[in-house]
Design a binder for this molecule. Structure first.
Ligand code: AMP
Ligand code: MG
Length: 404
């Protein structure tokens, strides 16, 4: 038996970040930069108006109000020949338009009668009022996005604003998911005796996508060594990672163990955890592609994904940290855990009176998929702890998966 930490350390020592790729900005959403993005020019690029109104010389409004000024021109956002504001005159200006030479403030439309040839101004403004200064957001030469930054909507907008249509990022790992089991059929199939629906390949493909991967569900492979081997070999060309479920324990038809033990560097271990004890991991094929042999019980498969596969995928995509956020919460019910094993208990996390509380949503059976689907977090009970009393503090891994 090895510990969770030993197994994870072995995995993380073998997988490495994928080579960087130049991607179109929107294709890079959710990816991590492998370069600094530097602004070649300031933002805003020129002094411009923050409001629709009138570009004035503030001194012209200092001698008593209201003031009526002749309007000598109009300037909208967009290219225009530069205008000049002489003392005692003004120019009608729109939001985002370049500030005319000579003007030092903008009077918003709301403070005027809105006149076109002459305008009556009812309120004074300070010099500089309602002007967006060149460079007040970003100076030329600023690193606006550092290497390692995750590209969400605001970061993508900023990259575009400084002129980038492409960026260098770590690509999303391509993950191929295979379920093994001669009892498995596709959802919607009428079940014969002993048959069950393949839930794992759907759950694991979805989990890989949630982790930022490009995931392909290959589906069901029966418990036949030759079929499994040829399926895996066929999939190697498009996979950065392979995931199988089922067939890793000690049963007579545990075909994943049988096939993968013979090729590559795959190793099968008993890991001191609950659920998810049997685990296979190693590399196969000409490119040493990492392969995870996860257990077949649906909860074991998903928890194993959380604990081992997700960190590996996050490392490959260049994310740091690899782990889910952890918080401390109080359990509303007593919890128990197998001796010497790290338990991952399915719970619902809520905030009560400003503090995190967790309530178990499922028994401990690794086949209880409905309980897993009600959970929005996992309580981690350490190896040396067997009982946790109601009211005690526990460590909680926050899942993204939605729960009621
Ligand atoms: P195994 O690890 O192959 O012995 O499978 C353990 C248990 O999980 C058995 O009850 C299987 O029927 C079940 N199981 C295996 N694969 C899947 C799957 N893809 N979807 C749902 N249940 C599965
Ligand atoms: Mg099986």
């Amino acid at each position: 038996m090895i510990s969770v930490d030993e197994h994870l350390a072995r995995i993380l020592s073998i997988v490495s970040p994928l080579s960087a790729l130049d991607l179109g900005l929107l294709d890079a959403q959710g990816c991590y930069l492998d370069e600094d993005v530097v602004a070649p020019a300031p933002l805003p690029g020129f002094d411009n108006s923050a409001m629709d109104g009138y570009a004035v010389r503030a001194a012209d409004l200092a001698g008593g109000l209201p003031v009526v000024l002749p309007v000598v021109g109009d300037v909208a956002a967009g290219p225009a020949s530069p205008l000049r504001v002489q003392p005692g005159l003004c120019v009608r200006i729109m939001t985002g338009a370049s500030l005319p030479v000579g003007a030092d403030a903008v009077v918003p439309l709301e403070m005027t009668d809105g006149g076109v040839r002459h305008v009556r101004i009812d309120q004074a403004v300070e010099p500089g009022a309602y002007i967006r200064r060149a460079g007040e957001d970003v100076a030329a030469g600023d690193t606006v996005l550092a290497k390692g930054t995750a590209l969400g909507s605001a970061q993508i907008g900023l990259a575009a604003a400084v002129g980038r249509s492409r960026v260098l990022v770590r690509p999303r790992p391509r993950v191929v998911v295979v379920s093994t089991g001669s009892e498995l059929v596709e959802p919607g199939t009428r079940l014969g005796p002993g048959q069950i629906v393949d839930a794992n390949s759907f759950a694991l493909t979805a989990a890989a996508i949630e982790a930022g991967a490009l995931a392909y569900r290959v589906g069901i492979v029966p418990d036949e060594p030759r079929t499994l081997l040829s399926t895996l070999e066929d999939q190697l060309v498009r996979a950065d990672v392979l995931i199988t479920s089922g067939g890793v324990s000690v049963g007579a038809y545990d075909v994943v163990k049988e096939v993968l033990s013979r090729i590559g560097t795959v190793q099968f271990d008993k890991v001191a955890m609950q659920p998810g004890m049997p685990q296979g991991f190693g590399t196969i094929g000409p490119d040493s592609t990492p392969v995870f042999g996860l257990p077949g019980n649906p909860v074991s498969a998903l928890v194993s994904f959380e604990v081992f596969v997700r960190p590996a995928l996050r490392k490959m995509i260049g994310a740091e940290p690899w782990e889910r956020p952890r918080v401390t919460a109080v359990t509303t019910q007593a919890l128990s855990s197998g001796q010497g094993k790290r338990s991952f208990l399915r719970v619902h996390l809520a905030v009560r009176k400003g503090a995190y509380v967790v309530t178990p949503v499922s028994g401990s059976g690794s086949h209880l998929l409905a309980g897993m689907a009600r959970a929005n977090a996992l309580v981690v009970v350490p190896e040396e702890v067997e009982h946790v009393a109601a009211g005690e503090a526990v460590t909680v891994l926050l899942l993204e998966r939605r729960a009621r």
